[in-house]
Design a binder for this molecule. Structure first.
Ligand code: HEC
Ligand code: HEC
Ligand code: HEC
Ligand code: HEC
Ligand code: HEC
Length: 192
């Protein structure tokens, strides 16, 4: 009767541990987050929203009035960068050395060519699921509740995996009464 236990501890257990270590990196936890993509301009939220304290809603202007937060136009960037040429200094951006002034010159190149900057999306849901910023912002949720401390990030990265369980979990926790709970858990609230 002791044999199965011996086999389990000496043979199976090490195999399970090795398998666990092997597959671990495929399943990052919310804390270890998901690394953001490389953008056409190495724009730093830390420099803009952190060091220079530019308000999130100055750039993401639609967040409280529409489903979408919106990404600022080149024109909005030039509102500052036609004056702010930037310091001729090196900056350590996510392990890469960049020159602040040269990186800002790239913004002006897009402006001169009259082409939008092809930013790569970081957050998105599958087509069948719908989210709206407006309702969440009006309810008083801060950006960092869902996006983490973006003002400390050079590269924006997902800190939450935007899975259905995350949405429904928060809806269940925050519903103010039974009636709202029913609505916030209704499939058709998010799938239509
Ligand atoms: C409200 C003013 C303001 C706006 C709007 C603004 N910037 Fe900046 N930006 C700054 C300041 C200030 C710096 C820091 C310059 C320095 O340190 O010398 C900066 C630095 C930069 C840098 C160099 C540091 C880095 O982030 O890599 C880039 C690139 C840049 N901005 C791009 C942009 C882009 C693209 C937009 C539009 C999406 C934009 N900026 C909008 C004020 C602004
Ligand atoms: C100076 C303008 C500016 C300010 C201020 C700013 N952002 Fe952004 N934000 C951008 C630009 C440009 C992008 C697209 C490039 C990128 O992803 O870095 C972006 C991207 C993002 C994204 C990812 C979008 C996606 O594709 O999923 C999030 C989330 C975000 N910002 C949140 C914030 C929050 C929160 C703040 C305030 C703490 C903030 N931003 C302040 C310009 C700005
Ligand atoms: C309740 C959670 C939540 C809050 C609070 C929240 N966001 Fe988002 N954000 C999301 C989700 C989910 C997405 C992906 C939406 C999609 O793809 O339909 C997203 C996408 C974005 C995007 C990229 C797409 C877009 O909408 O333009 C930006 C930029 C953004 N958020 C900025 C902000 C800013 C700035 C704030 C605070 C003023 C904020 N968010 C508050 C959950 C949130
Ligand atoms: C931080 C908590 C939180 C998270 C995370 C969250 N929600 Fe919500 N959501 C709420 C609350 C609370 C409301 C009710 C807002 C109101 O109407 O005052 C709401 C409202 C909504 C509404 C409007 C409901 C209606 O009555 O029409 C939609 C749609 C929605 N959420 C979708 C989502 C989706 C999709 C996600 C995940 C990608 C998500 N939410 C994540 C808290 C959250
Ligand atoms: C609060 C918003 C919300 C509600 C309520 C909700 N869902 Fe979802 N659902 C999502 C989001 C966001 C996704 C996409 C992310 C994911 O796949 O986890 C999703 C994904 C799904 C998927 C695809 C899963 C997959 O693996 O691709 C199915 C099926 C689904 N939902 C069914 C339902 C049903 C049935 C209900 C009602 C009992 C429901 N959902 C209620 C937000 C919601």
């Amino acid at each position: 009767m002791r044999r199965p236990i011996t086999i389990l501890s000496f043979v199976l257990l090490p195999i399970l541990i090795l398998l666990g270590l092997y597959f671990y990196p495929i399943y990052p936890t919310a804390e270890s987050s998901i690394k953001g993509p490389t953008q056409p301009i190495l724009f730093s939220h830390k420099i803009h929203a952190g060091d220079n304290q530019i308000a999130c809603q100055y750039c993401h202007s639609y967040v409280a009035i529409s489903p979408w937060a919106g990404i600022p136009s080149v024109q909005k960037c030039m509102g500052c960068h036609s004056q702010v040429a930037g310091r001729d200094v090196e900056y350590q951006y996510d392990g890469k050395k960049i020159n602040i002034k040269k990186e800002i010159q790239k913004v002006k190149e897009y402006w001169d060519k009259k082409t939008p900057i092809p930013w790569v999306k970081v957050h998105f849901l599958p087509q069948h699921a719908h989210f709206t910023h407006k309702r969440h912002i009006l309810r008083g949720f801060e950006c960092k509740t869902c996006h983490g401390a973006v003002e400390e990030m050079d590269v924006v990265q997902k800190v939450n995996r935007l899975e259905m369980g995350w949405c429904v979990g928060c809806h269940t926790k925050n519903a103010k009464d039974e009636e709202e709970l029913t609505r916030l858990k209704d499939c058709l609230t998010c799938h239509y």
